[in-house]
Design a protein around this ligand. Sequence first.
Ligand code: UDX
Length: 454
Amino acid sequence: MKVTIVGSGYVGLVTGACLAEQGNNVFCLDLDPKKIEILNSGGVPIYEPGLKEMIERNRAAGRLQFSTDIAASVAHGDIQFIAVGTPPDEDGSADLQYVVAAARNIGRHMTTPKVIVDKSTVPVGTADKVSEAISEELEKRGLSTELCSVVSNPEFLKEGAAVEDFMRPDRIVIGTESTPAGLRAKEQMRRLYAPFNRHHERTYYMDVKSAELTKYAANAMLATRISFMNELANLADLVGADIEAVRQGIGADSRIGFGFLYPGTGYGGSCFPKDVSALSKTAKEHGRELKILDAVEAVNEIQKYILVEKIEKRFGKDLLGMKFALWGLAFKPNTDDMREAPSRVIIQELVKRGATIVAYDPVAMPEAKHCFDLDFQGNSEGLKKVSMVADPMAALDGCDALVIATEWKVFHTPDFDQVMQKLTRPIIFDGRNLYEPTAMKELGIEYHGIGRHN
Ligand code: UDX
């Protein structure tokens, strides 16, 4: 099938590459000429396992192209995915200007029937706005508004596993209108996703608004589990229980399940913080407060400081002259994404208290450099206190303790003899509970996990 993806960012690129991989002819549009130039010269502007190879393969096969040409992009796809950014507004709601602009461009150029798919995470009711924008443009040109139908098809991609998630989805959610054009759109979506449903049907068809809400509900539920576990972990520390035992004890209940029950330094990234806040905002616009969700957000803000709190408890409030190694900068492993990464809060707070930081991350260091420049704007003295090194062990040299903020695989089984030799004091503050407290004790390492009774 002929598919256009409007927006060659994270979601757009993964969607485009994976649909091309299934044999579709995909046209990816982006208005940023630099991004398109990178893509057309064989580069990929984001890091995502497997994506570069998939893009190369499909470009070479002539199934995937990148361009800034709006008219050509609208002409190309019978199905037009809108996968542009929806950054948070100052008040926490999603900024829809790029989604609506993309819709208008489609309306301005289309001459044949099109299915318009909202792939970006957009608040309930956005499909109506997209539909209105396209209809207005069609009417201006005297064309029938029946030419298009808007579908909601939210993505459930995890960064670092996005290609895998797209190719082997738990479920596909498709929301369509009940008009004749909507029914035709549903059939086209069914055909497009048929290869993903080969072994069993994974698609849930529903109305547009339910599909839009499903995306937010899923992320809000997952964020709720994390904040809940973070609060319980903090309680476990106080009462002397081990949250890891509790996690397994409750996860074994099939109604609860094991996933997303890991306490840590708070959730980050581009989705959870933004989506939780946007859903709460949507509720407020409708005169409702989502009290649980507001608490989820508040708990998460506090949790980003948990390691700093533990460090203060151990060393006191004044950390002047102290040096900390920090392993892991990205908000989670297998990505270079630094958006809302807890490491940024930890670094800011430790530097504020006088400490120096030597950080290491397998992938995110170039991205982290930009973020530190932003975070320390106007504080060049602070910025000087943060450095990065190309090797995790080198980060430890002469440090008073190791702080772990992201659970990259390379940190799971380090050479602890070396760790102890390099640190001036064998102390680890582990925000991801990577190690067993008893094993650490046997090695003679002072270990501070999250909710691990130590
Ligand atoms: C998430 C959703 O999982 C995905 O379906 C959606 O499309 C986008 O948002 P992502 O942001 O890539 O994906 O990361 P995810 O792996 O879900 O982790 C989100 C955050 O929660 C990370 O900061 C992670 O460290 C944290 N987390 C996750 C925990 O603290 N504990 C857990 O048990 C799981």
